[in-house]
Design a protein around this ligand. Sequence first.
Ligand code: NAP
Length: 307
Amino acid sequence: MRNVVIIGSGCAGNTAAIYSARANLKPLVVSGHEAGGQLSLTTLVENFPGFPEGINGPDLVENMKKQAEHFGAEYVHGSVLDTDLSSRPFRLNVEGHWMETSTLIVASGASARWLGLESEHKLIGHGVSSCATCDGFFYRGRKIMVIGGGDSAMEEANFLSRFGSEVTLVHRREEFRASKIMLDRAHANPKIKFLLNTVVDEILDPARKLVTSVRLRNLKTGEAWLQDVDGFFLAIGHIPNTKVFKGQIETDADGYIISKGGARTSIAGVFHAGDVQDRSYRQAITASGAGCMAAIEVERFLEAEGH
Ligand code: NAP
């Protein structure tokens, strides 16, 4: 029986682990299927305060983990496969083994949606990115491509136009999910060019561990061509990792946890931290802040129960 189990080992989960370990709660962190979270998919992080020269994403999360372990947090590899949150203690199935916990911090994140191309997978962190705020700066004066037709794609294209010499926005249809105001803003931006009815078939060049060009195809004409690109940004949505809580913790229609104030969820004793609830900021520092909040709430919750 645990005081607190933390699901997820990104910035939110690791920070929750540091705080709850220092509060003597001996947290158990279940690392999840993407151990280290989104930062483990990036290279240089330049906007996390305290690192004037920047720090590698995987190093940053590994440091957080070491810090939490130093104070007594335990980590277990693997994923939560099933949950029973109908009464306390809560029950979790971790890789086939059921365990019990008095409180729970859900820091399971939201995974970026990828196109699923092999070349894309090989170039993540080497020119392929799902975070314009994180990586746009590296493409000053370079050619940038953004994929997607929603608000994120418009926002990211506009943001990236501050850095890139040109931004090509590629969308698979002619109609947009983006709101009119965001779309109008992108259309009015002279640096952004639209390629509609167009899909990406391949990103080059995995052999050089560098994005050099993208093979595109027009779905209406069938025409295929190579376009020079330095930075390739996906903005085709995120998928919150809440499947194992379905029907238990209250979420919105897309599966994001609905906050009940602070770090509270619809279930007393279950708290949220990071991107699993946040569809707006999605930054390492905001996720860490949310992890801190969740741990403090767990501490207060247990204290109120006389622990
Ligand atoms: P979204 O609205 O779901 O849009 C995703 C886009 O990616 C769609 O255009 C979709 O194309 C495309 N897409 C999905 N899978 C694809 C694939 N495999 N290949 C090519 N294209 C693919 O996601 P989002 O833009 O991240 O926005 C999510 C939510 O956050 C929305 O509610 C949005 O309004 C909100 N948001 C708001 C703001 C803001 O107001 N400042 C900023 C960002 C996000 P199809 O249209 O063809 O399906």
